[in-house]
Design a protein around this ligand. Structure first.
Ligand SMILES: [Fe+2]
Length: 450
């Protein structure tokens, strides 16, 4: 895997169009220490700051600038140095705080005391971690059904390479699926479709026919990620992004904060059409996609993602568990019945039937308790959590998120597709203005309905 770091030293502009630029970082994120500091718009400010690094013999591996979102009279500098410079960096950070007016934020995946783990600020930042995968998609375990099939392994590498080379904003490459792959999809599609009317939640059953109409969901056709991504964007702003392998929980959840869902594009091995040891396109398209087209569920998923940004590791684990028991294996009340909305259920013929029998234990969804529940990953779940509704689940996740120890509050700006850290009065005023604009629209509409 290419773990190369693009050297971008010295490409700073002092004034004018200061924009954040794309960078690739090495696979081993723990080898990078990053920091953002803000500087006043005055001659010599940057030189003075860079001098501090030079004095300590620190080689900057990456540097970029952008106008400050917090203060129009300042601009922000993002820098990365290698791990060897970590000690010296601490001294420079202290000097920056005392000698340069402005704020300093240390960002690190290698969590140290008093640092906030790095998180993406803008949707393009997803490119920075999308390839920080725990294993490449073509590396199969010995017990994988496709392990001894060289053709399948070559195919898996093709899919992994597509995802690895993908960047935000590009069109997701179309796949010419083989007859064998289509046959596997067809079996899964046909079987599961018989269960949806009785076992899937209302939202899933509402969206499914639309996916058949607009996105090519058919027994004899594997839909294309790009078509689905466009459809989701038009309905809830969610988008799909191909992924080359397993992401860490932190990165996967961070994608949700931007309404980005990392999706596989390959299909399970044809020898076991009703089984897959990992997510595949059947799981994503039949399980996840219909729910991401529902506004309430989309908002709920994004809440989990936003809660994860900059959260300490122990809370990431808790949020990943909440995600597991909702987005993957959630049940919800609908009238007097309980239905499935989790993708792990909606894409498994066996577990979709099992989850609504009296065999598993059903508990009310409560993030505090749900986040502590242990679960098996290779067998049917012994415990499921039942949500009152997506709205209710969303509110509960919000309250849970408020207990996460973070020194700041974040807000997602859908116009700029960016995360705003709300830590100064100007930002709060801007947010209040925007809410007051929405309230005025609401009042107007209510008046006209009288
Ligand atoms: Fe999933």
């Amino acid at each position: 895997m290419d773990a190369g770091l693009k050297q971008m030293n010295g490409e700073l502009e002092r004034k004018g169009s200061l924009t954040s630029s794309y960078l690739e970082e090495p696979l081993n994120k723990s080898g990078v220490v990053s920091c953002i500091f803000s500087l006043k718009e005055e001659v010599g400010a940057l030189v003075k700051a860079l001098k501090l690094f030079e004095e300590k013999g620190i080689n900057l591996t990456h540097i970029e600038s952008r106008p400050s979102r917090k203060n129009k009279k300042e601009y922000e500098i993002f820098i990365s140095v290698d791990q060897a410079s970590y000690k010296a960096m601490e001294e420079v950070v202290d000097s920056l705080r005392t000698q340069i007016s402005g704020q300093v934020h240390e960002l690190s995946r290698n969590k140290k005391k008093d640092t906030v783990p790095w998180f993406p600020n803008v949707i393009q930042d997803v490119d920075r971690f999308a390839n920080q995968i725990l294993s490449y998609g073509s590396e199969l375990d010995a017990d994988h059904p496709g392990f001894t099939d060289p053709v399948y392994r070559v195919r898996r590498k093709e899919f992994a390479d597509i995802a690895f080379n993908y960047r935000h904003g590009q069109i997701i490459p179309q796949i010419e699926y083989t007859a064998e792959e289509k046959a596997t999809w067809g079996k899964v599609f046909r079987e599961l479709k018989t269960l949806y009317p009785t076992h899937a939640c209302r939202e899933h059953n509402l969206v499914f026919p639309l996916l058949e109409k607009y996105c090519g969901y058919r027994e004899d056709n594997i839909p294309q990620l790009e078509d689905i991504s466009r459809y989701l964007q038009s309905s809830t702003g969610f988008r799909l992004r191909p992924v080359a392998g397993l992401l860490s929980s932190r990165d996967f959840l961070a994608g949700l904060a931007f309404r980005v869902f990392h999706s596989t594009q390959y299909i399970r091995h044809s020898s076991k059409p009703m089984y897959t040891p990992e997510p595949d396109i059947c799981h994503e398209l039949l399980g996840h996609v219909p729910l991401f087209a529902d506004p309430s569920f989309a908002q709920f998923s994004q809440e989990i993602g936003i809660a994860s940004l900059g959260a300490p590791d122990e809370f990431i684990e808790k949020l990943a568990t909440v995600y597991w028991f909702t987005v993957e294996f959630g049940l919800c009340k609908q009238g007097n019945e309980v239905k499935a909305y989790g993708a792990g259920l909606l894409s498994s013929f066996g577990e979709l039937q099992y989850c609504l029998t009296d065999k598993p234990k059903l508990l009310p969804f409560d993030p505090e308790k749900t986040s502590m529940q242990k679960y098996p990953i290779t067998e049917f779940q012994p415990v499921y959590f039942v949500a009152e509704s997506f709205e209710d689940a969303k509110e509960k996740v919000r309250k849970f998120a408020a207990t996460i120890p973070r020194p700041f509050t974040v807000h997602y700006n859908p116009y700029t597709q960016s995360i705003e850290v709300l830590d100064n009065t100007q930002q709060l005023k801007d947010l209040a203005d925007s809410i007051s604009g929405e309230i005025s629209i609401l009042c107007n509409a209510l008046r006209k309905m009288k």
